[in-house]
Design a protein around this ligand. Structure first.
Ligand SMILES: [Zn+2]
Length: 285
């Protein structure tokens, strides 16, 4: 993998431009496919080791009620119109979402590269969590009615291939649900933070993770995976991000504003800092 790509690493386009520059890193986004990444890129070995060992050492250790609130609100959107069935959570961490889904009547399976998290999910919640890849599950013939990726896609070096593998593990008529960062809104908030020197905004809306997606980029990776009826929705706001806690009243106000502009523009304006992207596997191939 080229750690400093000048052409788009996803589609090969030359129209791959720097959009944000901070310290030694840049965010480059492709004008053609709408996907982008942080440059210089992290090596595959480095990223594998990071998620295997370090990621759960700190902030994800404790079950967070505020996180549960995001699950509760977003799950109503994600599972709308579905009967409980089999759900697979990719990058499930310690299994907080699967434990939540189980309360809603879903039968959950999780996959997770972090050894500590796999152990904790089994011990703490008694969940079926495996140190496997979605590709392995699909190859073994396992099929799921719903597959979720909660803030996982933007951490991956090759997000499009994981979406394709996830689509392969969906039962016909099954649904893929992705929660991810809303690039356009975050670029805007980052620029406001830079302009007014607001440390909290500069820090939280700056360099993202490994991969970024415009709305077009999200649609493209879902369509490339053969998913139909692709749609994007505003996601709920997390109550705390690094360095700032939002009051419940502020969250309600922000979510109401995002919903109102979504409705007023017939689904065009997506103003939440995080999005939900949904797609269905066709009943007939
Ligand atoms: Zn591209």
């Amino acid at each position: 993998m080229d750690l400093n790509p000048t052409d788009c690493p996803f589609c090969g386009s030359k129209r791959f431009r720097t959009r944000i520059r901070a310290k030694q890193k840049e965010i480059r986004v492709c004008d053609d496919c709408g996907l982008g990444c942080r440059v210089p890129r992290t090596s595959e070995d480095e990223i594998r080791e990071y998620y295997r060992t370090a990621y759960y050492a700190g902030h994800n250790l404790v079950f967070d009620e505020k996180r549960r609130e995001v699950f509760r609100k977003d799950f109503d959107v994600i599972a709308a119109g579905m009967k409980p069935g089999r759900v697979l959570d990719i990058g499930c961490g310690m299994g907080h979402f699967l434990a939540f889904a189980r309360e809603k009547g879903w039968q959950g399976t999780g996959i997770e590269p972090g050894e500590y998290a796999v152990h904790a999910a089994r011990e703490q919640f008694g969940l079926d969590v495996r140190a496997a890849t979605v590709e392995e599950l699909a190859r073994n013939g396992e099929r799921f009615d719903l597959i979720t990726l909660w803030n996982v896609l933007d951490h991956l070096l090759e997000p499009h291939s994981v979406v394709i593998q996830a689509a392969a593990a969906l039962a016909p008529g099954g649904r893929l649900a992705v929660r991810s960062q809303n690039y356009a809104v975050r670029v805007f908030l980052h620029r406001v933070g830079m302009g007014f020197n607001i440390e909290f905004m500069k820090r939280n809306f700056g360099m993202y993770h490994e991969s970024v997606f415009t709305v077009r980029g999200f649609r493209r990776i879902m369509h490339d995976a053969g998913l139909a009826h692709v749609r994007l929705r505003n996601s709920a706001l997390a109550a705390d991000v690094r360095g700032m806690t939002f009051t419940p009243r502020l969250i309600v106000a922000c979510e109401a504003a995002a919903k109102a502009s979504y409705l007023a523009t017939l689904g065009t304006a997506l103003l939440s800092p995080s999005l939900i992207i949904l797609g269905e596997k066709p009943l007939l191939p």
